[in-house]
Structure formats: C-alpha cells, structure tokens
Ligand binder design. Structure first.
Ligand SMILES: [Zn+2]
Length: 113
C-alpha cells in the first residue's frame, strides 16, 4: 500500500539554453511550475503521510526564485532543472519519485527515480 504526496509551487527565473539549434538562445524568463511526488507507505497522525505545508516550505527554500538559472546549471533546460530539483528534494525526502517542471502551460519535463 502506498500513497503519493503531490505538492506544486511556482517560481520566476531567467535562463537561456547555451546551444539551441546551433546558437545560444536569447535570455528570457518563465514562471516555472514545479510538482514533486513523494511516496509514503504509512500514514501518521490524522491520516497524514507528509505534511503539505512542510513540503511547501522546503520547496520555497530550495527553488531558485528570481535568479539566473545559468548561474546554477551549465545548461538549464526544463529537463536539467527537473533533475537538479529532484536531487535537492532527495536530500530531505528520500522517497521522492518524480519532479515535474513546466516552463509554460504547454511545455514541461519530468525526472523520475
Ligand atoms: Zn525558456
């Protein structure tokens, strides 16, 4: 028996892909949407697996809001960003299964264990 705890959060950050169709992309920003999936096999007090508010506060801490993503990742595609966030989340929540990153309503990428 298992549950998946899902928490979404948004942040704003700029980036450019260093090599896109043969040339660097122009610098631009997105309101990125992130969703993390954490697996739990047991529920605690009140039937809660992991407190949503705790996960939300953690995401607020680690998401690189109002930054230039190229300063933390060599090529900050949605794919690479999903993996980078996954690794940060895994340091606190070992049962993380998936991180989904949307750069627009239509385009996104997910990284899963
Ligand atoms: Zn972009």
């Amino acid at each position: 028996m298992a549950w998946t705890i899902r928490v979404r959060r948004e942040f704003s950050a700029a980036h450019y892909i260093t090599s896109y169709r043969g040339a660097p992309e122009p610098l631009h920003g997105h309101n990125w949407k992130v969703e993390v999936h954490l697996e739990v096999e047991e529920l605690g007090e009140g039937g809660i697996g992991i407190d949503f508010l705790e996960v939300d506060a953690f995401l607020r801490e680690i998401l690189p809001d109002h930054t230039l993503l190229n300063e933390i990742l060599p090529s900050p595609s949605a794919e690479n960003l999903a993996r980078w966030i996954f690794d940060r989340v895994k340091e606190k929540y070992g049962t993380v299964k998936k991180v989904v990153v949307w750069e627009t309503d239509r385009y996104g990428a997910e990284f899963h264990a």
